[in-house]
Design a protein around this ligand. Sequence first.
Ligand code: 4NP
Length: 155
Amino acid sequence: MKILMVCLGNICRSPLAQGIMEQKINKYDLNNTIVDSAGTADYHVGENPDPRAVNIAKKHGIDITKQRGRKFSPNDFKKFDKIYVMDHSNLSDISSLAEDGNYLEKVDLLLNSIFPDENRAVPDPYYGGKSGFENVYQLLDAACEQIAATLKQKQ
Ligand code: 4NP
């Protein structure tokens, strides 16, 4: 299973989601599962994750410092089995790049894994304070835990 986490800048939410999912892959020994992340915008291509994301990850025992920002590519629809987006604008940006309608079946809002069909968004913490990052961390952790546990059951 190849999973891609997508947000706007690929420096806050999706790098955290990647780091958390890597932790879950280890926890559940999902050795045929890989995770990557990307942003719909190119503002931060090649950059380290935001220091606030790095710190919140570190606080929870996860190192995301080796990640670098990259922009989502239409080729990612072919490369990945499941594409989790953080919010509704990510969803519409990605959807507009899908040449094949079947690709859209791979895409879902990440929080639908814990709040089925509610179409909730992971709030963008970029312009907020530190508490926004803890909130985002908790949401991402709950979603990744659910996804990983479900993958384990199917193994
Ligand atoms: P992210 O957060 O999409 O969770 O990585 C953002 C990062 C950068 C910007 C906006 C959101 N920005 O406008 O540069």
